[in-house]
Write a protein that binds this ligand. Sequence first.
Ligand code: DP6
Length: 326
Amino acid sequence: MKATAVAPSNIAFVKYWGNADPRLNIPFNNSISMNLSAAQTRTTVEFDPAFTGDTLVIDGRPVIGAARTRVVRHLDRIRALAGTDNYARVVSENNFPMGTGIASSAAAFAALSLAGTAALNLDLSEREMTALARQGSGSAARSIPDGYVELKAGGGHTTAFAYTLFAPDHWDLCDIVAIVSRREKPVGSSQGHGAAETSPHFTTRLAELPARLKTVRQALRNRDVQALGEAAEADAISLHVVAMTSRPPIYYWAPGTVRLIHAVQEWRRDGLPVYFTLDAGPNVHLICEAEHGADVLGRLSQIDEVIETLVSGPAEGAHLTDDHLF
Ligand code: DP6
């Protein structure tokens, strides 16, 4: 009754922002992402009738409070599927530095879903696994399939699932996270999702999305970095406009965020094809083709606000391993 899974984090080019059904994490809109090779979580789950409660250890530290409760709720979903009430021991490790502000919940809930169901010998299809992961964290659904992935809004639990658009080797894109702040973000994504509908710009964002999704699918298919980058930048800014005009407003940007947005535009004017995107936080993801990765890294090293960088290519999705953590 023990299993271990490894899952990547992912970066969305068209982002999920706002829940049609917050209880089930059913998004208002489809989203499209790439799994990140350098940001992975490994999780071992063991169920045992002798355990007297669920325990959670992340990066060597016992976890209590809200973070543990969120994991226990997900274990409850897995237990309900298997018809068991055994408690679990969950041990998880991230291969990227803690406190970098990189959203690890996508990798965490993807790994937990796969390891937890495998530990109880549940046989879920990939589609079912993505829907299960989505209930833990919406973006976690996209960390189950390989490579470039789309999460369908769907409208219901079984129809809001994720699937591979293109395998990791389809296109050697590079995602460089530039860490500009290590401060814990003041407002989590779930609160942001909840406030989205209070922004007068939310309906505009939703109206733009069908065309943008089509553009991004096509840009990925054609390996067209300019079309992808322009759409990804427009989408990130649209999300932040919604966040900044929600009630109450949410300002995720730090001074380094603005500095990098300006730098990216300058570098493009110099002829370097690089684009940015932002999640619900201050750190900037720089997107380029692999051949330009070193150039982008060199330029980032000249910018005072950049504390650290993390370079990823496209990665496979969640998978099981025998390399248990205990
Ligand atoms: C801005 O609800 O998946 O990253 O609160 O970390 O579980 P957690 O996030 P989630 O929202 C993701 C929001 C986003 C956009 C995206 O990844 O699509």
